[in-house]
Design a protein around this ligand. Structure first.
Ligand code: FAD
Length: 389
């Protein structure tokens, strides 16, 4: 079957799948709503697990990443102004995180796919529609950048168009099950042109709520502030953001200071988890955020997207080469095992780093953190799940 695999979405999931399929000689076309410039400059996540980098490297997609990314193997829990370091790399076979902003991952994937491997991306498309996904001859249609309607007959369709994309919405109601959970908290996410004030990620617990200092690059940092549910960005002028970050991240008996810089992005994050089961319907396969979203706690979203792409690419390659469809049949099960593991870990961490309004639960969260700090086995559990099982 020489019909192309139609991929909707040129994020980390869609572009990784495109690269792996081209490497295997399988024709594919990627449809993307945004311009190339837009998707290559969209800051989001920034932490890659060890095994995700190994996968990218095995397919020749990690050249710049391996040169430029910082490697991190420890993080800090700052509890009421007192620092507790957890050296997770030592606890988990020396495996580290790679700090590399998502837009750089996307730039690299687009360069390899489009410029080096001659891959086909249709940028700036609109009104994408999926047709006949329950048949062996599914198709995609869309309006191109010049306003003309186009159609592609596909072998399979990969829906990698994020949580608000069209792919998941094309599945008839009742054909898949959707699991959703709002964690009862909200975060203000801030990106600033400020050099990091730390060499490791800081999770700070303060009576007024959680604050996080994440690492992105030598000139840009991301911060999170727990805010009341239903709060809005308008309530958070820059001055208030910095005052609150200084207060919640303060370190007792130390001259540690938080660097400030120009705030370039501020948004309220809906701290929601969502999983679709199964992750396929007929010949439509969902990947990444189209199939599951997770809170940023634990930094799993982009890593899960890359894992889905790896599993689907292997399944499609095996099917195209030998007709063996066992990988396609087990795709959803294999991915969901990892997705639910990540959801469980993220929920475990959410509970630990936020103080619940219910005093009993709040004390349980505190006990979990004290156990993590004081017990090697608990720290080992954290390390294995944090740096990626
Ligand atoms: P995406 O990266 O969302 O890619 C989907 C692509 O599909 C996009 O390029 C989009 O333009 C395109 N698309 C959408 N609809 C259509 C359509 N109808 N037709 C054609 N193309 C379409 N994780 C963290 O760990 N830390 C963070 O701080 C963080 N911040 C985030 C902020 C935002 C706003 C979002 C959405 C996610 C954030 N995440 C964060 C999660 C992480 O970025 C995602 O898990 C990751 O992007 C998933 O990759 P993906 O390829 O599945 O989806």
């Amino acid at each position: 079957n020489r019909r192309a695999v139609g991929i909707v979405g040129a994020g980390p999931a869609g572009l990784t799948l495109g690269n792996l399929l081209r490497e295997a000689g399988i024709p594919c076309v990627v449809l993307e709503r945004g311009t190339r410039e837009h998707v290559e400059n969209r800051p989001r996540a920034g932490v890659l697990e060890h095994r995700a980098v190994q996968m990218l490297a095995a397919h020749g997609l990690a050249d710049r990443l391996l040169q430029e990314a910082d490697r991190h193997g420890s993080c800090e829990f700052r509890v009421d102004g007192v620092a507790h370091e957890v050296d997770y790399a030592t606890l988990y076979d020396g495996q580290t995180h790679y700090i590399y902003p998502q837009q750089e991952v996307v730039k690299d994937l687009a360069r390899h796919y489009v410029d080096e491997r001659g891959g086909d991306v249709r940028w700036s498309v609109s009104d994408v529609e999926l047709h006949d996904v329950e048949t062996p001859e599914p198709a995609l249609s869309w309006t191109n950048a010049d306003g003309a309607r186009e159609r592609l007959e596909c072998s399979f369709i990969a829906g990698a168009d994020g949580f608000h994309g069209v792919a998941r919405r094309s599945i008839p109601p009742g054909a898949v099950q959707e699991f959703s959970h709002q964690h009862g908290i909200e975060w203000l996410s801030i990106l600033a042109e400020a050099p990091p004030s730390t060499h490791k990620v800081i999770y700070a617990l303060h009576p007024d709520g959680f604050a996080g200092h994440m690492l992105r690059s030598s000139t840009v940092s991301r911060y999170y502030l727990q805010v009341p549910v239903d709060d809005t960005v308008d309530n958070w002028p820059d001055e208030r953001v910095w005052t609150e970050l200084h207060k919640r991240l303060a370190l007792k008996d130390s001259d540690w200071r938080l660097n400030e810089g120009r705030i370039i992005e501020k948004r309220i994050l809906d701290m929601r988890s969502h999983v679709v089961e199964p992750m396929n319907h007929g010949n439509l396969y969902l990947l990444g955020d189209a199939a599951h979203i997770i809170t940023p706690v634990g930094a799993k979203g982009m890593n899960l997207a890359l894992h889905d792409a790896e599993v689907l690419a292997a399944a499609l390659t095996s099917y195209h080469r030998t007709g063996d469809d066992s990988g396609l049949r087990s795709y959803s099960e294999v991915c969901l095992r990892r997705v639910w593991r990540a959801q469980e870990f993220s929920q475990w961490m959410v509970f630990m780093i936020h103080r619940s309004p219910e005093p009993f639960l709040s004390r349980l969260g505190q006990a979990r953190l004290e156990h993590l700090i004081g017990s090697r086995s608990s720290a080992g559990y954290f390390a294995q799940n944090y740096v990626g099982p």
